[in-house]
Design a protein around this ligand. Structure first.
Ligand code: ZN
Length: 199
């Protein structure tokens, strides 16, 4: 049976800097198989993004998508607040991120490798990402909102970082507890969790 499990926090592979995929290996069978396993795993979970270390492979490869069916769980207001919309599936090999400006946004995020929790994390609002696609072509995108958040989260994985390293620790919350806060705006949820300490 194909292994579709996601490596959980505590495994050293999540804390190591992942290696660049050598230019002459980008279009190899081996990398194609790795990408296929990543998509299979992400679809099985399901989730919006996965970095290769999360399936135990220490390489700088990320897959990202945000599907219309994922968005149905949120109200229009929540989608607007999070600046979240669907993202066509794509693969980033050896990505490098640069913040565009200094503006940030704070929202709750979770991680497939830190199962069962969520917390508020401040991220840059807009980023530039340069990467190579699986055909070996150099690519550039400028994205904002939730898409920018996903990329920052995934590229952190390639550097051995998890969202818990960047979260507002007062907002750490089990997914079960967060269900009671899900209708609130991020600001309201943070106030509730921190006893308005942030107001
Ligand atoms: Zn993650």
């Amino acid at each position: 049976m194909v292994d579709r499990s996601v490596v959980q926090v505590g495994d050293p592979v999540l804390r190591r800097r992942a290696g660049e995929v050598p230019a002459d290996r980008i279009t190899s069978e081996e990398v194609a198989r790795l990408i296929e396993r990543m998509w299979d795993t992400l679809e099985a979970v399901p989730g919006v993004g996965l970095a290769a270390p999360q399936i135990g492979e220490p390489w700088r490869v990320v897959v990202v998508h945000d599907l219309p069916e994922f968005l149905e769980a949120f109200s229009d207001l929540q989608l607007v607040e999070r600046e979240r919309g669907s993202i066509e599936p794509y693969v980033l090999i050896n990505p490098t991120l640069t913040a565009v400006g200094h503006e940030t946004r704070t929202h709750f995020e979770g991680c497939l490798s830190v199962d069962g929790y969520t917390a508020a994390v401040e991220r840059f609002h807009e980023v530039d990402v340069e990467f190579t696609d699986p055909a070996g072509q150099p690519r550039h995108r400028r994205v904002r909102g939730w898409h920018a958040r996903i990329l920052q989260h995934e590229v952190d994985h390639l550097d051995g970082l998890l969202y818990v390293d960047r979260m507002n620790t007062l907002t750490l919350c089990s997914v079960a507890s967060y269900r009671d806060l899900a209708e609130l705006t991020t600001h309201e949820a943070i106030s509730r969790l921190t006893g308005s300490a942030q107001d």
